[in-house]
Design a protein around this ligand. Sequence first.
Ligand code: NDP
Length: 452
Amino acid sequence: MTSEFDYDLFVIGAGSGGVRAARMAAGKGKRVAIAEERYLGGTCVNVGCVPKKLFVYASQFPELFHASQGFGWQVGQMPRLDWKTLRDNKSAEIARLNSIYNNLIANSGAELFDGRATVVGPHKVSVAGVTYSARHILIAVGGWPYIPEFPGSEHALSSNEMFFLDALPKSAVVVGGGYIAVEFAGILNGLGVETHLVYRGPRLLKSFDAEMTAKVTEGMAAKGIHIHLSSDVDEITKTADGLRVALADKAAIDTQLVLYATGRRANTAGLGLDTTAAVLRADGSIVVDDQFATADPSIYALGDVIDRVQLTPVAIQEAMVLVDHLYGDGTARIDYSDIPTAVFCQPEFGTVGLSEEQARAEYSAVDVYLSDFKPMLQTLGGGADRVTMKLVVDRTTDRVLGCHMVGEHAAEIIQGLGIALKAGATKAHFDATVGIHPSAAEEFVTMRTKAR
Ligand code: NDP
């Protein structure tokens, strides 16, 4: 039987969500096209999670070189970083991942278009001057860094450019108080760059547990990052040998690089959605329902472009729910509660569930367990790092509502606790679990005394 459409599904954007949706739909025998104008794998693979984590590893070596001496290693002079080796090895690894994505798409049977696709009406997509029809179009074009406009804002870089710098600067000012700002401040500081972090609000990572983010801030400062809170940037000017960042309180910071990490906006400009009934918010993000349907019956959207939770694993889950909705039995749902997440700042921060503030707002009786200790590496290695762990418990049901950790391996540890929270674990379950000794993680099952 011939279809009235060229494709069952035309996906625009080959990032985490788009590729997963295309592969799964093709795996169900659907005729699928996927178009990508920039790079396969999207933000995460190319200018986000993956290269960021590689840079985080790179930035942690100086502390390890230092610590190794307490364990008897004679390292002599501190080793020197060759930025270009790091940058180019990173780029080679990303190229390897791009080609894996290419193979994944090809092997799934989906057809890849290398170019910019635009929507030219319901059911209609245009690539390189040719218009194709599709029963459904999926918009998975992600987001793009947002830099506010102000005098001198043209001198600021976004995270996109940080992965390709010609040279590592001697000094840098990072503006923002979210994930990207604190992560890049840690990377730059660790790589030996004199780093200032300037944030307009009173506390970093403001949507997370206040006590834990205060520990992050203390830890970052202890590692040498100059943190300026409640501080607005007025202007950036060029100087003879760099840039001057003028702050609203009249102070100024001379620096070689300014990074603005002030959020990301949906990448919908010029996409042609105005030729359809799809509704966009003022910031360009797309309004969708529980099944990721827009107001236009032929158009769906997911991932960063819908601006719910800008995280790769969430986009991937959204894609699986959508494919089940379109081509499966339609029972799959996404649950946005208890999403584990980690900020790869230094010290690292991992969290799942409710912050103490959220728990106290929602529950009448909340118990808090806290543990703060020196990690074992530091006993011989020296260094100022600490580990802080926190459990937030509903006293009425004994259910653990939130697990939070600042310190080494927080991301790895919190991932497992995410399963416990999903399973509805109680504090009694935590207490009945045998610890792994010696580890930092065992503290999560040995906290017996309520802090509050
Ligand atoms: P965030 O939304 O996390 O943070 C943006 C920051 O910029 C906030 O502190 C915000 O301040 C500040 N800001 C916004 N507008 C201005 C302005 N005009 N002037 C000064 N400051 C401003 O965005 P990011 O860019 O850090 O990251 C985007 C998203 O990407 C994250 O939310 C996260 O979902 C994802 N991500 C996830 C990572 C991970 O999983 N480890 C790593 C990196 C990114 P205020 O709060 O006062 O508005």
